[in-house]
Design a protein around this ligand. Structure first.
Ligand SMILES: *[C@@H]1O[C@H](CO)[C@@H](O)[C@H](O)[C@H]1NC(C)=O
Ligand SMILES: *[C@@H]1O[C@H](CO)[C@@H](O)[C@H](O)[C@H]1NC(C)=O
Length: 273
């Protein structure tokens, strides 16, 4: 092989650089998200505080498990996640950092229905740590383009979808009430949700207790099945989150803040107390 002259090599490099930058700008313009494939559907992840709060050892102001009688007693929001049909999902699709000011009018509802059940801060997409909401917006919310274009839209619509689909109510009406002694058939829980919303949810468990429940939606928020095809289904049921045939729906166990005025007896996890 004859070696390329320095001049030809330089031209080649310049051409490659030119191609790389122009195609980058082109992709950037087309979908605004650096060429990421658009997601297929939404998954609304709900968490059951009764199961999460059993593990709580630390109390702080931002941990909803520590609110005594004000602690959540219904499924709360974990997040609204854009997913792909093949079981994978996009993450961290934007460059903008979370700004709580943009959702200041929603904070009361978010505190109540989308609370953090932990004192730990969450990882964000730019190498830092932030609130639970910052994590959900940066990791998942930014990937919901073009359905949502901003933070306010993402959080307010997620709240509305949650209000429209009261899973706690559906389960209670079917007789699946929180209990630390009863076990309920997983199939019964799933079919009561199916009957209410006309789509199949999925459920994840920890130590036999329902930990999360997922409702899935098309991009226009019409309900759809969460699992499509046996491959994804096998994957879900063989995962570490799999539920046994009979599951529990534990009640929230008060951590003792209830009736206690002396908050100093509680050690905050971090300095933001
Ligand atoms: C869901 O239903 C339960 C039980 O009927 C009720 O207590 C709760 O307020 C409802 N939640 C929302 C967000 O509407
Ligand atoms: C907490 O403090 C308030 C106001 O000082 C008092 O009315 C209430 O009885 C106290 N509760 C308990 C359980 O000590």
């Amino acid at each position: 092989m004859t070696s390329l002259s320095v001049g030809a090599l330089l031209h080649l490099i310049l051409l490659l650089v030119f191609l790389a930058t122009t195609s980058f700008f082109f992709i950037e313009k087309v979908d605004g998200r650096e060429g990421l494939r658009e997601f297929d559907y939404f998954k609304l992840a709900l968490e059951w505080p009764g199961s999460y709060c059993h593990r709580t050892h630390h109390c702080c102001r931002q941990n909803a498990c520590c609110r005594g009688s004000n602690a959540p007693t219904e499924f709360t929001i974990h997040g609204l996640w854009p997913d792909y049909n093949d079981g994978s999902w996009p993450a961290c699709c934007g460059r903008s950092e979370f700004d709580e000011k943009e959702i200041s009018t929603l904070l009361d509802d978010l505190e109540k229905y989308w609370p953090s059940l932990s004192c730990d801060s969450s990882s964000t997409c730019h190498g830092g740590r932030g609130s639970f909401w910052a994590h959900e917006w940066e990791k998942h919310g930014t990937c919901s383009f073009p359905v949502f274009r901003d933070e306010y839209d993402y959080f307010s619509t997620t709240l509305n979808v949650y209000f429209k689909h009261n899973v706690t109510k559906v389960l209670n009406e079917a007789g699946y009430v929180p209990s630390n002694t009863e076990k309920y058939p997983l199939g019964g829980i799933i079919s009561s949700i199916e009957n209410a919303f006309h789509a199949t949810p999925s459920v994840s468990c920890s130590k036999g207790a329902v930990e999360e429940l997922y409702l899935c939606f098309y991009k226009n928020f019409k309900p759809r099945d969460c699992v499509i095809g046996s491959i994804i289904q096998d994957d879900i049921y063989s995962s570490k989150n799999s539920c046994p045939q009979y599951v529990s729906l534990p009640t929230y166990v008060s951590l003792g803040l209830d009736g206690a005025n002396d908050t100093n007896t509680w050690m905050p996890d971090n300095e933001s107390f």
